[in-house]
Design a protein around this ligand. Structure first.
Ligand code: NAD
Ligand code: UFG
Length: 331
């Protein structure tokens, strides 16, 4: 297949491009580089030994998107492009609603116009809100706690309605749990700008000595050791899930959790990182972070059964690969 990957220079997009190319699909990337660097395109090419067509464009620009669709014949779109910082979405809600919703609408419109019938969307476990774990795809979605989460719930709705109205337009809504880790080459990984919001990139910055210590947000949750529990998934497993999803996609709206099905606490991650990499991670326990839930992990049966996919890499590989990338990363 020839696949348009929006946000393909970013963290999950770049790993997915590697897996698509390794599975003999071809990719065209569009990214405005608002949260990534052009170097990641060359790195994907280096890892795979294959060439990529890259457009440095904004996918909220309808004219630019139309031109790209006009230049190529796509079999499908994987839409990663979006803003993703939860805290920033609270202070800049309009930026988030505009970027994340307008991009989804413009791309869907182009798909209908150019008869591109497979659309894979980056959704998030955040749409489950405070449902009971494990989260199952059939659950009624509860209100999310921030504008970012709402953009994911709304995009799911927009794509669902678009598919209902256009029978040939099939959609996969992939609800990611907590992606961590990096490609084993150490060439691509998560490189957020500024001080990281998420746990793993924060830990790797502490390991590198760029940040002094980790703040653990609360140790009084109803979990194994009181710290928050999440379903961490290796980004390469997540990337392979996209390949399986787009290869399988042929009708209607298909929702899949992409996680491991196992919950791991913050302290368990910190200890695994220390042990595997032989580096101390100083930390202190601080107040809970507003908006956090105690536990989030996936029911993974549907993806296993329908996509023949399951996450293979464990916590050890996640902490090792995250650290290998951070150590090497200098641009
Ligand atoms: P990322 O920021 O590394 O990648 C997103 C890419 O999209 C970046 O390269 C950015 O430059 C690009 N982009 C943003 N807006 C754009 C626009 N209007 N036009 C063109 N390019 C644009 O983030 P990521 O972690 O790789 O996340 C990819 C997707 O997965 C996002 O939609 C995110 O919301 C979703 N997601 C991420 C996580 C996570 O924890 N990383 C969890 C659930 C869902
Ligand atoms: N945590 C800390 N200290 C930190 C950062 C995080 O203790 O410095 C804790 C959090 O309290 C939480 C766990 O580590 O218990 C994971 O936090 P992250 O910020 O890494 O991830 P979240 O589960 O809060 O959210 C992430 C993404 C969301 C996405 C969600 C579900 O940031 O965009 O996973 O996929 F929606």
């Amino acid at each position: 297949m020839n696949i348009l990957v929006t946000g393909g220079a970013g963290y999950i997009g770049s790993h997915t491009c590697v897996e698509l190319l390794n599975s003999n699909h071809s990719v065209v990337i569009v990214d405005n580089l608002i949260n990534s660097k052009v170097e990641s395109i060359e790195k994907i090419e280096r890892i795979t030994g294959k060439k990529i067509i890259f457009y440095e464009k904004d996918v909220t620009n309808e004219e630019a998107v139309d031109k790209i669709f006009n230049n190529h014949k796509f079999d499908g779109v994987i839409h990663f492009a979006g803003l993703k910082a939860v805290g920033e979405s609270v202070s800049k809600p309009l930026d988030y609603y505009y970027n994340n919703l307008v991009s989804t609408m413009i791309l869907s419109k182009a798909c209908i116009k150019y008869n591109v019938n497979k659309f894979v969307f980056s959704s998030s476990a955040t749409v489950y809100g405070e449902n009971k774990v494990p989260f199952v795809e059939t659950m009624k979605l509860l209100k999310t706690t921030n504008p970012y989460g709402e953009t994911k719930a709304m995009s799911e709705r927009i794509l669902t309605d678009t598919s209902l109205a256009n029978v040939d337009f099939s959609v996969a809504l992939l609800r990611y749990f907590n992606p961590v880790g990096a490609h084993e080459s150490g060439l691509i990984g998560e490189a957020p700008n500024g001080i990281p919001n998420n746990l793993m990139p924060y830990i790797t910055k502490v390991a590198k000595g760029e940040l002094k210590k980790l703040s653990i947000f609360g140790d009084d949750y109803d979990t194994v050791d009181g710290t928050g529990v999440r379903d961490y998934i290796h980004v390469v497993d997540l990337a392979i899930g996209h390949v399986k999803a787009i290869e399988k996609l042929d009708n209607g709206v298909n929702i899949y959790n992409l996680g491991t099905g196992k919950g791991v606490s913050v302290l368990e991650i910190v200890n695994a990182f220390k042990e595997e990499n032989d580096i101390d991670i100083p930390y202190e326990i601080v107040e809970r972070r507003p908006g956090d839930i105690a536990s989030s992990y996936a029911d993974v049966e549907k993806a296993k059964k329908e996509l023949n996919w399951e996450a293979k890499k464990g916590i050890k590989e996640m902490v090792k690969d995250s650290w290998r990338f951070e150590k090497n990363y200098s641009i």
